[in-house]
Design a protein around this ligand. Structure first.
Ligand code: PCA
Length: 210
């Protein structure tokens, strides 16, 4: 199975994005049944999606797992749903890496309000938990770049009826990040890498299920 894993560059003033490090290490050891491809995406509204869809056209993967950071979360969280909204709340100080702060804009003005992940989010979550990794399903990917990316991917698969599955997983901060921000919930790089491997294994196994 050809599996595309994506991650993001740092954003919002952080020097690192732990998903970028996951991307560097995930291809190092073989995972049975999986041919891993990786791509780093920009933290810029719409460009994130353009770059992802270009990569999908080039690689034609069977499955895509997009990974992003959700600082403050305490576990690895496969996302259930992407919503058709790009919005940086007025009270937030965050912007994308080009300073954009959209407000009440649609990802696709013609698209449905929400699109469910096509990944086996329950099996992925259960398998991580069984192997001692903090994991839970998330019911909101937010309204920033990660949601924009997930919605665009699912909308593309839907409108083109592509024979592939895809979705998004948010990861908490790494212990490396928490070292300079006391009290920030974090998981170690190795734990998160192990979680990502379990999710890939789950997708490979699920695809052979009858
Ligand atoms: N997390 C952000 C954007 C990039 C990333 O890693 C998000 O949750 O939208």
């Amino acid at each position: 199975m050809k599996i595309l894993i994506t991650a993001f560059e740092p954003f919002g003033g952080d020097a690192i994005n732990p998903t970028e490090r996951l991307l560097m290490d995930i291809g190092k050891e073989p995972i049975e049944g999986a041919e891993i491809h990786t791509r780093l995406l920009p933290v810029v509204f719409d460009e994130c999606a353009d770059k992802l869809l270009e990569t999908v056209a080039e690689i034609r993967p069977d499955a895509v797992i997009c990974c992003g950071l959700a600082s403050g979360r305490t576990s690895i969280t496969p996302e259930q749903i992407a919503i058709n909204l790009k919005e940086v709340p007025k009270e937030s100080s965050v912007a994308d890496n080009q300073g954009n702060r959209p407000y009440n804009e649609r990802v696709n003005p013609e698209g449905p309000d929400g699109l469910f992940s096509l990944l086996p989010v329950r099996a992925m979550t259960d398998n991580m938990k069984e192997q001692g990794i903090p994991a839970s399903i998330s019911y909101s990917a937010g309204t920033f770049i990660c949601n924009n990316t997930m919605y665009a991917l699912l909308d593309h698969i839907r409108t083109n009826r592509l024979p592939m599955i895809g979705g998004f997983v948010h990861f908490p901060a790494s212990t490396e990040m928490a070292a300079s921000k006391p009290g920030l919930p974090s998981l170690s790089h190795d734990t998160m890498l192990n979680g990502l491997k379990i999710m890939i294994e789950t997708i490979v196994k699920e695809s052979f299920r009858d």
